[in-house]
Design a binder for this molecule. Structure first.
Ligand code: ADP
Ligand code: G6P
Length: 479
């Protein structure tokens, strides 16, 4: 509930607003949904709740004025050109992202990147304090804003602060590489409650506090004891999910089913349609998947047009070198496979470097016989949950990497280790060849899991854990 015109009892802070501002060549302004799982999840959580969302509108320069969308007060935070380069592309996505994802590519360290990270985190914290009503709940999100909890606590001891980590939290051996590890841990310890995707992530955090800060820990809590601040902070797993009811409703629409039919027809009605859907990110194991598929083509185990592979890859972080290199590598591989294995009218791989509306994604999921989710490391992977949600017909099969958060919930998937190309090939073949009756049984069980643990339940669990956090600021009585 809003307490005054621009002050709210619930404040979300995430690097991105749910919508990005796009200014066309003619100077015309439009808005489009921001990429990634964080926005997918939080957009449905915030729909119908009154609150404020503090975030960046996706472009360098002056921020747009605050505005209201879907009953939510959006408070844009400006980033300069340099800050986009140093805070967002640099420290967030070229230092933290690789370290938090098992150093699949090496992390880059620059002191001036951290300086920008600190400055931008402070700007976010100030914006949060500006829109938070007395005694508000402040919910900070993800690795881009790890200093915000302590900054907000310092300015506003009256509010309750939670932080949720959408990505993995690395083992202490990797985290310890970070020259600013102490600042990051102390920033996070400003929160009353910290939520993670997996038990192992929460444990990694607690262990880092014990080993690197020398703080006492017991079970899932860390004791912070300074002269002016003596508290216990809890860190536990609350795996994120998706809007099951909303997405299933989209999948059930006659026009979505019609579109799924059209997709299959335009691909030549293959016996098996294999699908990959990812941001074009090196964590997603897209290259491993293409390699496995390429070998299956070479061995004649699959062949177009009977088997067709569609890879949808959303453009992502295109100014970061590792992402540019990945794009070149993937597109080179796709080109090679198509050169060798396509026939006129029957390409081996359909590669689409675009973002699509939700209904088109639902139609693709409905059309796909096998979805390949093969990350080398992924906090959760909502695509896996979206696929099973769309399959109200209980059709289809999910190949799922054991290095995703989703693996810990979707036990009936065809599980793979994407590094093991031979094993991945066998798993893909099993997903293709398992009898439909058995696949329906597996799909039914996975659908039950996601239906019972949807995004609303995730949000309630997080907010309840925050509400009962061990030591919390005194709630002031509402005026
Ligand atoms: P991440 O957050 O790392 O991008 P997730 O799998 O958790 O990975 O979430 C990705 C989200 O982005 C999902 O909601 C998925 O449907 C959406 N998405 C991925 N690719 C596309 C695309 N090409 N067009 C539209 N949405 C996409
Ligand atoms: C992941 C991260 C989000 C991020 C999203 C898209 O889901 O956890 O914090 O917003 O990827 O990445 P981008 O860099 O485009 O915001």
């Amino acid at each position: 509930m809003a307490r005054s015109q621009h002050q709210f009892d619930l404040v979300i802070a995430a690097n991105r607003l749910p919508v990005d501002r796009v200014v066309g060549p003619d100077g015309e302004e439009s808005w489009r949904t921001s990429p990634g799982g964080l926005v997918t999840a939080m957009e449905s959580v915030m729909r119908g709740r009154e609150g404020a969302w503090v975030g960046w509108a996706g472009e360098a320069g002056e921020a747009p004025k605050p505005f209201v969308e879907d009953d939510m007060y959006l408070r844009p935070v400006p980033l300069s050109e340099d800050e986009v380069a140093h805070y967002y592309e640099g420290f967030s996505n070229d230092t933290l992202w690789p370290i938090y994802h098992d150093v699949i590519v090496p992390a880059t360290f620059h002191r001036y990147w951290f300086t920008a990270y600190e400055a931008v985190n402070r700007r976010f914290a100030e914006a949060v304090c500006e829109v938070a009503a007395k005694g508000a709940t402040v919910w900070v999100h993800d690795y881009q804003l790890q200093l915000v909890p302590a900054m907000v606590r310092e300015m506003r001891p009256d509010v309750r602060i939670g932080w949720f980590d959408h990505i993995p939290f690395p083992p202490v051996e990797l985290f310890a590489q970070l020259p600013w590890r102490r600042a990051v841990l102390e920033g996070l310890l400003g929160a009353d409650y910290l939520g993670f995707q997996r038990v192992a992530d929460a444990q990694n955090f607690v262990r880092a506090c014990r080993q690197l800060l020398g703080l006492p820990t017991k079970g899932d809590t860390v004791s912070v004891s300074r002269a002016d601040d003596s508290r216990r902070v809890r860190a536990s797993a609350v795996p994120i999910s998706i809007d099951y009811v909303g997405l299933e409703e989209i999948a059930k629409r006659p026009e979505t089913q019609q579109r799924a039919q059209e997709i299959r027809e335009s691909l030549g009605n293959p016996r098996t349609l294999l699908l990959g859907v990812d941001r074009l990110d090196y964590t997603k194991g897209i290259g491993h998947r293409i390699k496995a598929y390429g070998e299956l083509l070479e061995e004649g185990k699959v062949s177009p047009p009977d088997e067709v592979f569609v890879q949808v890859a959303t453009p992502s972080r295109e100014r970061v070198a590792a992402y540019r290199e990945l794009r070149q590598e993937i597109e080179g591989e796709v080109g090679r496979l198509n050169g060798e294995h396509s026939r006129i009218g029957a390409p081996a791989v359909h590669y689409l470097h675009h973002s699509y509306p939700r209904q088109e994604m639902a139609a693709l999921f409905l059309a796909a016989d096998v979805v390949l989710v093969t990350p080398l490391r992924d906090g959760m992977n909502l695509v896996a949950k979206e696929y099973v949600t769309c399959r109200y017909d209980e059709g289809g099969a999910l190949v799922l990497s054991e290095f995703t958060g989703a693996f810990h919930e979707l036990h009936q998937a065809f599980v793979c280790n994407p590094h093991d190309i031979e094993g991945l090939k066998q798993t893909i073949m099993r997903a293709i060849e398992t009898p439909d009756k058995e696949k329906r049984r597996l799909m039914r069980a996975m659908r039950r899991r996601v239906a019972d643990h949807d995004v609303q339940r995730w949000a309630s669990r997080f907010l309840e854990a925050l509400e009962v956090a061990p030591e919390r600021p005194q709630r002031t009585t509402k005026e």
